[in-house]
Design a protein around this ligand. Structure first.
Ligand SMILES: NC(=O)C1=CN([C@@H]2O[C@H](COP(=O)(O)OP(=O)(O)OC[C@H]3O[C@@H](n4cnc5c(N)ncnc54)[C@H](OP(=O)(O)O)[C@@H]3O)[C@@H](O)[C@H]2O)C=CC1
Ligand SMILES: [Cu+2]
Length: 477
């Protein structure tokens, strides 16, 4: 180590040198670029105990750097570390060409991202490698924001993806990531870097599938109900009831989509449990499609809550609708004219009130589920509390909303006029999936099945135990 470096290290603040006790003095890392990313990375590296040397175009003019860090020219800084983070936008990479000699044999970490896909013909990291062929380029850390780097890892961004052509170089970068509290995941050679660069450009990746499902269900149900209700009336009775599209039809589509999506939230969990039962172990990966489905359950649930909320709003405005007010007064007037009176039907009152009560309690629990899925709330819950709310209350919500729908339908399914053009009414369609999920879940919580699944989740494996049992029996004899 040169005398200049030693004297510089003396200047570093006491707290940093204390934190750096467990790190060998030689572990100095160079960061090119003193912008947002460079500064945040530098600060985090220093907090983790590394010495940081910034390489800048104007080393004299950098005032807002983390205290204790040195700033040198690029050429000087490059000579002081084996590892160089390039925190500079790709369009300026050409400044590295004259530094090719100093960077020979070094590991260069490319942090860069682009503004859009296919912005450049080749990936930034590959471009960097072509400019400095004597160095080993590793792509990584680009999925983190400067803010995330400064504040350290959270559950959402604990993983840092890396790729590069030389294993030793990747291991070096991975070790730094580990020290910063992240876990580095090797994704392969440098040719994967375009994929890593595209990653932060994805908008709401976990919302895509649930949004597609919601849109698909809404569109197909809308047309189904349009044909069944509006078109049927028009063609068979010559009646134009197209005004119903605005509220009546919407208030049929919303609850159907809501209940179907709520069932879709709990279906993958049931599939997973049956798969584990069938395989007799929890140590085998789920198929890709099931993994992806499980990952977007929260989004499915929140979208479903949105549709349920719309259903509530549409239902609340029923009494102020012109059509409803008109029909009511019309009926009353004709009753008076014909001098007819209706007898109060207690069983009908019970039926209608229970249908509404199940809906209200179901919706209340639905909202509770939505609230507890917010990160700020779920962070305040223990794992046990969270799983109680999301699993037990979640299934109860599904059950209550399904009962609400069964009560809505009542005995109507027995009447032939409900099957217009031989098609079942919408409420019947939406009962299929929730009923299947509830029945399968009931099967899973029967004591004998539940016992097996609990054992599997505690690490018991069917084949392994049988083998052990065979080995143990003769010894015990
Ligand atoms: N900001 C963020 O949250 C994230 C940024 N990144 C990536 O990190 C890199 C840096 O981003 P960020 O810090 O935000 O960018 P900034 O624009 O804030 O800073 C870039 C730094 O590059 C240096 N620089 C600018 N022009 C040139 C040039 N012509 N030649 C040499 N060096 C130059 C400057 O440092 P100096 O004046 O000291 O030379 C400047 O401060 C980018 O590639 C970006 O894609 C990746 C993930 C997140
Ligand atoms: Cu309802």
């Amino acid at each position: 180590m040169g005398s200049e470096e030693r004297s510089n290290q003396k200047n570093e603040c006491v707290s940093l040198s204390l934190m750096r006790e467990d790190v060998p003095e030689t572990e100095t890392i160079c960061v090119f670029g003193t912008g947002d990313m460079g500064r945040s990375l530098g600060l985090r590296l220093m907090q983790a105990g590394y010495g940081v040397i910034f390489g800048s175009r104007r080393p004299q003019n950098c005032q807002i750097l983390p205290s204790g860090a040195q700033v040198l020219s690029h050429a000087e800084a490059a000579q002081r570390s084996h590892l160089v983070f390039i925190a500079v936008q790709r369009e300026h990479y050409e400044f590295l060409v004259p530094l090719a000699n100093q960077l020979k044999g070094k590991v260069l970490v490319d942090l860069s991202n682009n503004l859009m896909k296919n912005q450049y013909p080749e990936a930034n990291a590959e471009y960097l490698q072509s400019l400095v062929p004597g160095a080993d380029v590793v792509k990584g850390f680009n999925t983190l924001s400067a803010w995330a780097l400064q504040n350290g890892p959270s559950d959402a961004n604990r993983q840092v993806y890396l790729c590069g052509d030389r294993t030793e170089a990747k291991q070096e970068v991975k070790a730094v990531a580990t020290k910063l509290g992240f876990s580095g995941l090797d994704q392969g050679s440098l040719s994967v870097s375009r994929k890593l660069e595209d990653f932060p450009l994805q908008l709401f990746p976990l919302w895509r599938l649930p949004l597609r499902i919601a849109l698909g269900l809404t569109a197909s149900l809308f047309f189904y109900l349009l044909i069944r209700e509006v078109l049927f009336s028009y063609i068979t009775e010559g009646k134009d009831i197209s005004f119903r599209i605005m509220v009546s039809l919407a208030n049929k589509v919303c609850p159907i989509v809501a209940l179907t999506m709520l069932a879709l939230c709990y279906l993958p969990g049931v599939f997973a449990a049956f798969l584990q039962l069938y395989r007799g172990t929890k140590y085998r990966c789920f198929p890709d499609w099931l993994d992806r489905w499980m990952l977007c359950r929260k989004q499915l649930g929140l979208l479903s809550l949105g549709f349920a909320f719309l259903h509530v709003l549409y239902t609340l405005i029923i009494p102020i609708r012109y059509y409803v007010r008109f029909s009511l007064s019309e009926r009353t007037v004709s009753q008076i004219r014909e001098n007819r009176t209706n007898v109060f039907d207690t069983s009908l009152a019970w039926h209608s009130d229970s249908y509404l009560a199940f809906g209200i309690i179901g919706f209340g629990l639905y909202v509770l589920l939505g609230i507890t899925s917010l990160p700020s709330v779920s962070d305040a819950l223990s794992w046990k509390e969270f799983s109680f709310v999301q699993s037990k209350l979640g299934h109860l919500t599904l059950l209550l909303c399904t009962i609400h729908t069964y009560l809505y339908g009542g005995s109507r399914f027995l009447r032939s006029y409900m099957y217009k053009w031989y098609t079942p009414p919408g409420y019947m369609l939406c009962l299929v999936l929730p009923t299947v999920v509830i029945l399968l879940k009931l099967l899973l919580i029967t004591p004998c099945v539940d016992r097996t699944i609990t054992r599997i989740r505690q690490g018991w494996e069917r084949g392994v135990d049988q083998k052990n049992a065979k080995e143990i029996t003769p010894l015990m004899l």
